[in-house]
Design a protein around this ligand. Structure first.
Ligand code: 48H
Length: 264
């Protein structure tokens, strides 16, 4: 065994990172947020042969799944999501009550992540999306990124940018990318009833879960909204720790995005 060289460790990290990062500069789809909706969306897009990367500001993916309900690390899923969660993503769930199944947060996050990576998704963690690129016809055509650590330290460090044919806001309750578009594009009219973000309503799981797939849509040219962000933008309620709608929304967003990429 050769002696361990710190220089080779450094070279391995910097060279591999650089090559992979350069390969992410022009994407079919950039998914912002690595929660259940974003990871599911990315999984189906990659499985469909598209070039897709997830940008997640935490050092881990999984979003709100880790915390389950009130820090009890279990999530509840309804029948409608089983094909995605069990058949496609390979998670094991336990039947609980008629129509309900319970998953271990650690297992569901881990298997979802592995399925996405195996399908060809590239995941960038510790990266915040802080702005968008907007080009001809006021179309979102990429994202502007910086290290989350830079954001937290409030350092004055200019960001970098990458192009994507479609951008997906899967940032959860914040709907951060849509908020950026609303804030930074003068006169931006979103594809909502009011042309603006309507805002999340109080908890009502039945209505929230019934709405979420419908509100998974293109909200501005080139920008789709998925998961909790869809309900937040379109004025639907939250649902608490039932997660089926997130996976269903992610799958729907993948179908819409793939269609947009094909048309582009
Ligand atoms: C990079 C970012 C940025 C940014 C945020 O919150 P999530 O799990 O989102 P969903 O929609 O996939 O799932 C929602 C679900 O977890 C939930 O909150 C439910 C069901 N709530 C119901 C209720 O009643 O409360 O994941 C979003 C991810 C997170 O990991 C963020 O860190 C990340 O997006 N993120 N990443 N750049 N600007 N903003």
């Amino acid at each position: 065994m050769k002696p361990i060289s710190e220089i080779e460790v450094t070279r391995g990290i910097v060279e591999r990172f650089t090559a992979d990062f350069l390969d992410s500069l022009q994407l079919d789809v950039a998914v912002i947020g690595g929660g259940p909706s974003g990871m599911t969306c990315a999984y189906y897009l990659a499985r469909d042969g598209l070039k897709v990367a997830v940008f997640e500001r935490n050092l881990h993916v999984g979003g709100g799944m880790w915390g389950g309900g009130m820090l009890f690390p279990r999530i509840v899923l309804q029948d409608a999501a089983l094909e995605i969660v069990c058949t496609d993503l390979g998670c094991r769930l336990e039947p609980f009550h008629e129509g309900y199944h319970v998953g271990d947060s650690v297992e569901v996050v881990s298997r979802t992540c592995v399925a996405a990576l195996d399908a060809g998704v590239r995941v960038w963690v510790g990266v915040s999306v802080e702005d968008v690129l907007v080009r001809e016809e006021d179309r979102v055509s990429g994202v502007v990124i910086n290290w989350r650590a830079v954001e937290l330290a409030a350092l004055h460090v200019d960001p970098l940018a990458l192009e994507a044919k479609v951008v997906i806001d899967a940032t959860g309750h914040e709907a951060g990318v849509v908020h950026t578009v609303q804030r930074k594009i003068p006169g931006a009219r979103l594809f909502t009833e009011t042309g603006k973000i309507i805002g999340e309503k109080p908890m009502w799981a039945e209505v929230a879960e019934a709405n979420i797939e419908d509100y998974t849509r293109e909200v501005y040219p080139g920008l789709l909204v998925a998961g909790m962000a869809a309900n937040a933008v379109y004025g639907a309620p939250r649902m608490g720790a039932i997660f089926g709608g997130m996976f269903l929304s992610g799958k729907k967003a993948a179908g819409l995005a793939a269609e947009m990429v094909r048309r582009s």
